[in-house]
Design a protein around this ligand. Structure first.
Ligand SMILES: Cc1ncc(COP(=O)(O)O)c(C=O)c1O
Length: 371
């Protein structure tokens, strides 16, 4: 029986293995392993790719978001609105900065909208963290209008959305005061360990984050604020730089697999919709089915060799760690219903046509025969 793993990172590493080995040797031979040429070049190229003036590398995507919040002087007593359907890091970064996350419901496309955030605004709201979940941009022009009017900052969580664009061709990472990207191995642009990047057009944010990521030091000996050690190392930056050459081709592959799923999977499930003229980059391809049947469908897919996942089964407001914030089941009905209905299908550039065929025929057969 054909097996389709949800992800297989070895395939990509193998496909560019020779180049990775020569980059590794270059860095080892340089004797410079932190804050060198590869970091500088990667930051310049990453900023160009996103269409912003600055990119600042950090140790991971969570730190990227936390450092953004801290650089904006958001902290105790302040509220940041964030979607309840996201990875835990989106909310943790707000907590880590000492501020309070206000969990917000999402639309059918899993994203925040003006309508959903407007229910969460209080006098304490300092920012919203829009999460471009699955690689689809939130509807940024209406959010920008709404927030600008009320002096609310927009922070983008672009961890899943490198290369996603709106109808005007503007990229993820170019809309908010600043945006955090993750380079975790599971992401569309990934390194071989942890890594993160912040993009911004604000020189002030860049200045503060460069200080904060390096202990608050202005030179070798003088420290002007309490900071962190959150730097990307030279090896990871060299891998990131190399992989920027591939990101457009890989993104097109994600999109072509998504297009096959969308046109060939049965209409008896709900499939993601891309708005005309936008580019969704499908970090995940998430379908929804009846909550009563979801677990059985996943189980049957596995029995046909197809591994699927849920992003995310426990909404953030119902996580144990968030208990002290006082939310309860029923508070965010859309998010809660989606958490019981969604299934993520395998999607990555090295998926073969046979594997894609197998995912499609397995799911179509399961839905046709038993559901
Ligand atoms: C939506 C979202 N935000 C933040 C993060 C945090 O990134 P990292 O794992 O690099 O800290 C991730 C990735 O795991 C993510 O998917």
């Amino acid at each position: 029986m054909m097996k389709v793993p949800f992800i297989d990172l070895k395939r990509e590493a193998k496909s560019i293995g020779g180049e990775l080995i020569s980059k590794t040797k270059e860095v080892l031979d340089s004797g410079n392993y932190i804050s060198g040429n590869n970091v500088n070049k990667f930051e310049i190229e990453f900023a160009k790719y996103c269409g912003v003036s600055d990119a600042i590398t950090v140790a991971n995507g969570s730190d990227a978001l936390r450092l953004i919040i801290q650089s904006l002087d958001i902290g105790p007593g302040d509220e940041v609105i964030c979607p309840a359907n996201s990875f835990i890091a989106s909310a943790w970064t707000i907590i880590a900065a000492g501020a309070t996350p206000v969990f917000c419901d999402v639309e059918e496309d899993f994203l925040l909208s003006v309508e959903t955030i407007s229910k969460c605004i209080t006098k304490k709201t300092k920012a919203i963290m829009v999460v471009h979940l699955t690689g689809k941009l939130c509807e940024m022009s209406s959010l920008q209008r709404y927030c600008n009017h009320r002096n609310i900052l927009i922070i983008e969580d672009s961890a899943q959305a490198i290369g996603a664009t709106n109808k005007q061709g503007e990229k993820s990472g170019s809309f908010g005061i600043a945006s955090g990207f993750s380079l975790h191995p599971l992401k569309n642009l990934a390194v071989y360990g942890d890594g993160g990047v912040i993009t911004t057009n604000s020189q002030e944010v860049t200045r503060k984050i460069k200080l904060l990521r390096n202990h608050g030091l202005i030179n070798r000996d003088e420290c002007i604020v309490w900071g962190f050690n959150s730097r990307l190392d030279e090896l990871q930056a060299a891998y990131g730089l190399l992989k920027l050459n591939y990101i457009e081709g890989w993104t097109e592959k994600y999109i072509s697999i998504a297009n096959r799923y969308s046109s060939e999977l049965t209409d008896r499930i709900t499939k993601p919709k891309t708005e005309e003229g936008c580019r969704d980059v499908f970090h995940n391809y998430v379908i929804t089915v009846s909550p009563k049947k979801r677990n059985a469908i996943m189980h049957e897919m596995l029995s046909k060799g197809v591994e699927t996942k849920i992003h995310y089964p426990i909404p953030l407001h119902l996580q144990k760690c968030a208990a002290s914030l006082g939310y309860k089941k029923g508070d965010l009905p859309n998010t809660e219903r989606l958490a019981e209905s969604m299934i993520s299908l395998p999607i990555y550039p090295s998926l073969s046509e046979n594997e894609i065929d197998h995912v499609i025929s397995s799911l179509n057969n399961i839905i046709k025969t038993s559901h």
